[in-house]
Design a protein around this ligand. Structure first.
Ligand SMILES: [Zn+2]
Ligand SMILES: [Zn+2]
Ligand SMILES: [Zn+2]
Length: 187
């Protein structure tokens, strides 16, 4: 089994709305050091610290307008488990993570994720149920958007440059009501 020491957190800034990915390393967290994750706007989105066998996070919540204290076992990071942090009150995802090397192996998925975040910021992703809040699930060759209200799903291919070019041309993604749509519409 490969031991992961690097991981990656995608966090959206509650202050300016910009989503950015941050690389973190268990090595950098050793010795009780606290790492701050700042947004380019100057706002500190999160503080990360290793405490005993846990990695603790103080994450700025997009909804509650305060920081939440969350923790995950270090073994989850070492085994390469996805690290997703949710608001304990609303279950809204605050930080979407993955161990670093997986994104290195799947740069297309990573690019697609950034494009989708951009699109979401411009209000370009909407479910037919009227909801705009989406969960994103990452796979080696695709992303799946899941509506947090009706749980409708939409698969977005992210296997090659052609898929990225397709995604780049899209200005709006409308998710199907029954959630079985397998492609997005260009509008
Ligand atoms: Zn910001
Ligand atoms: Zn919250
Ligand atoms: Zn929906």
């Amino acid at each position: 089994m490969q031991i992961r020491t690097k991981f990656n957190l995608f966090i959206r800034c509650p202050n300016c709305g910009k989503g950015l990915s941050h690389d973190l390393s268990l090595f950098a967290l050793s010795g009780g050091r606290t790492i701050s994750l700042p947004c380019p706007c100057g706002f500190t989105k999160a503080r990360v610290r290793k405490y005993r066998r846990e990695i603790t996070f103080l994450v700025a919540c997009l909804i509650c307008e305060r920081f939440h204290f969350l923790s995950i076992p270090m073994s989850d990071i070492c085994s390469g488990k996805a690290i997703n942090l949710y608001c304990p009150l609303t279950q809204v995802p605050l930080a979407l993570g993955n161990e670093g090397s997986e994104f290195d192996e799947h740069p297309i998925v990573y690019e697609a994720l950034l494009m989708l975040e951009d699109l979401a910021l411009r209000g370009g992703i909407l479910c037919q149920c009227g909801h705009e809040e989406m969960d994103v699930e990452l796979y080696p060759d695709r992303l799946e958007l899941v509506c947090t209200r009706c749980h409708g799903r939409l698969t977005i291919a992210a296997a090659d440059e052609g898929d990225l070019a397709d995604l780049k041309a899209v200005e709006r993604i409308r998710m199907g009501q029954e959630g079985h749509h397998r492609s997005f519409h260009k509008e």
